[in-house]
Structure formats: structure tokens, C-alpha cells
Design a protein around this ligand. Structure first.
Ligand code: NAP
Length: 286
């Protein structure tokens, strides 16, 4: 149920409820991000963390809806289940077959995926790096890549290459996304001697303080190196890019905030200022 709150003059405010659902979920920064968005835009919302046991996702979501919950962000490992639970999905969620934003309205469940637009906004708007006409390389072929390919293709890069350790997974993505645009699949070995304008690390290697098996010489002074993982210092991928004098380095903190801002916009119709919140989170990481 929406929570009731009173102002000092005893005026009743109904506070709409939102949450991030995942397993695990304790580490999520989403409550802090959405609290800041709500404060900055004057929206009366409550945003919490919702843990779901594996196999109990639908039950937990239905319980949240029954209590009057208005929307959920969905994190690992439930984005596929959220997609299947949605009555209607956006084109970008349909392409990804994954949903990270659920909205409950008029007895229906609406699914969207804001991960890709979060990445694109961080690169194109926050960093002012155009993707149109560029040669883009994405490392990895897991859930994160599935979530970002359609919005990346929407930007009309000159080429979009997916490199993955397990080549067949990259090939499957190329095939799946063919209705939305052309991508190429490759193994890491074939990257030697090639040049890209934007190189996005969407593998989970940084979480284990490892480098994806990229050949030396992949970066140059014009390239943007972007790691979807964010951390206090540079990740091994960003350290390699720095040592090869990549023109720009970025981690995934901006993407995290931008995807949250798009969810907030879907729910509340307001676009919060993302720079301040990214800056605040960066200070907390330091
Ligand atoms: P996933 O589905 O588990 O996929 C992991 C990917 O990493 C696969 O392509 C895998 O290759 C590759 N990989 C793992 N270890 C490797 C190694 N030692 N060498 C080469 N490749 C390796 O994970 P995901 O959901 O796609 O997430 C990937 C990363 O993106 C995570 O670290 C996550 O934190 C980050 N992410 C960030 C945001 C954000 O908002 N900033 C949003 C979403 C995800 P194989 O297929 O060969 O196993």
C-alpha cells in the first residue's frame, strides 16, 4: 500500500512505493540514487530493497503489487523472469528479452530495459562522445551485452563487433539482433592489429580483478575505453587502456546512474540531474 506521510501543516501526502528486487540485493546503490532523484525533483516516493529467493520471484513481485507497489527495478538474476512476467514490453526490452524496470498500472505489468540507454546516455551525453559512424567493440556476450545492443545499434555506429571467449555466444547474439542491425562476432585472437574508436568491457573480469584476454595495442589516443564495472581505482581493463594511452577512460558508474534516471522518468515523468548523483556516488567510492 502507498505509505501515508504528513507535512508539518498536517497535509496528507501519499508516498508511492518502489524497490529494487534481486538476489543478492544488499549491495544495491539504487535506493540511494532514487532517494536523491526524489529529493531533487520533489517527488514523494519510497524506494527499498526487496530480496527474493531463487524460484520465488513472481510470488514476491505479486506480493509487492498487492501491497500497492508502483514499480520495481530488477537486478540479477531475475531480468529474464521479469521479461516473461510482463504483459507488455518496450522494443528495447523485447530485443534484450530482459527487463530491468517494471511498472504496475491498471492491473497490468509493463516491462522496459533501461540498461542500454543508460550506457548510451553516459557515453553520448555525459561524456560527449558520439557513437554514430564509429567503430565500436564490445567485449563479452552475457546478460549485460544483451541489454545494451539494441540501444547501441540505434546510434548507427559504422560497425559493432562483439568479442567473446566463447565465440558461439557472440555468434548467437549477432543472429538474435539481426532484425535491429548488423553486428560481427569474433574471438579475442582475431582482434590483434585492429583499431576501434570505442571499446566497452562488458565481461565480468573486472569483478575478479582480471583482464579480458585482449591483445596488446588495442587502444590509441582516439579511443574511449569504457568498463561497465565501476570501482574505487582503475580496473585492470582501464589500467591496460591507460598504459596504451587511450584517449578517454570511463567506468560504469555513470551508466548505473543513467539507467536509474531512465527508470525514474518512466515512473515519475521527470528527468533528474544525473551529474550530481554520479559525483556524489564517486565521492562515496573514494
Ligand atoms: P554474465 O552474463 O555472467 O556474462 C559474463 C561475460 O564475461 C561472458 O561474456 C563471459 O564470457 C565473460 N567472461 C567472464 N570471465 C571471463 C574471462 N576470464 N575471460 C574472458 N571473458 C570472461 O555477466 P553480465 O550480466 O553480462 O555482466 C557483465 C558485467 O557487466 C558485470 O561485471 C556487471 O557488474 C556489469 N554490469 C554493469 C552495469 C552498470 O550499470 N554499470 C549494468 C549491467 C552489468 P563466456 O561467455 O566465455 O563465459
Amino acid at each position: 500500500m502507498s505509505a501515508a506521510r504528513y507535512t508539518k501543516s498536517r497535509k496528507l501526502i501519499m508516498t508511492d512505493r518502489y524497490a529494487v528486487i534481486g538476489n543478492p540485493v544488499a549491495h544495491s546503490q539504487s535506493p540511494m540514487i532514487h532517494a536523491e532523484f526524489a529529493r531533487a525533483t520533489g517527488e514523494a516516493i519510497r524506494y527499498e530493497k526487496l530480496f527474493a529467493e531463487l524460484g520465488r520471484f513472481r510470488e514476491v513481485v505479486e506480493g509487492f503489487i498487492a501491497e500497492g507497489g508502483r514499480g520495481l527495478n530488477v537486478t540479477l538474476p531475475f531480468k529474464g523472469e521479469a521479461y516473461r512476467m510482463s504483459d507488455e514490453v518496450t522494443e528495447r526490452a523485447r530485443a534484450a528479452e530482459a527487463v530491468n524496470t517494471l511498472t504496475f498500472r491498471d492491473g497490468k505489468v509493463y516491462g522496459d530495459n533501461t540498461d542500454g540507454i543508460g550506457l548510451v546516455r553516459d557515453i553520448v551525453q555525459a561524456m560527449d562522445v558520439q557513437l554514430a559512424g564509429k567503430n565500436v567493440l564490445v567485449l563479452g556476450a552475457g546478460g549485460a551485452v544483451r541489454g545494451v545492443l539494441e540501444p547501441l545499434l540505434e546510434e548507427k555506429p559504422a560497425s559493432l563487433t562483439i568479442a567473446n571467449r566463447t565465440l558461439i555466444k557472440a555468434e548467437a547474439l549477432v543472429h538474435h539482433f539481426a532484425p535491429w542491425g548488423v553486428c560481427q562476432a569474433t574471438g579475442y585472437g582475431e582482434l590483434a592489429g585492429r583499431a576501434f574508436d570505442v571499446i566497452i568491457n562488458a565481461t565480468s573480469t573486472s569483478l575478479h580483478n582480471e583482464l579480458p584476454p585482449i591483445p596488446a595495442g588495442l587502444f590509441n589516443a582516439r579511443s574511449l575505453a569504457y568498463d561497465m564495472v565501476y570501482s574505487k581505482g582503475l580496473t585492470p581493463f582501464l589500467r591496460r587502456a591507460q598504459s596504451e594511452n587511450a584517449g578517454m577512460l570511463a567506468d560504469g558508474l555513470g551508466m548505473l546512474v543513467e539507467q536509474a534516471a531512465e527508470s525514474f522518468f518512466i515512473w515519475r515523468g521527470k528527468r533528474p540531474d544525473t551529474r550530481k548523483v554520479t559525483h556524489m556516488l564517486r565521492e562515496l567510492l573514494a
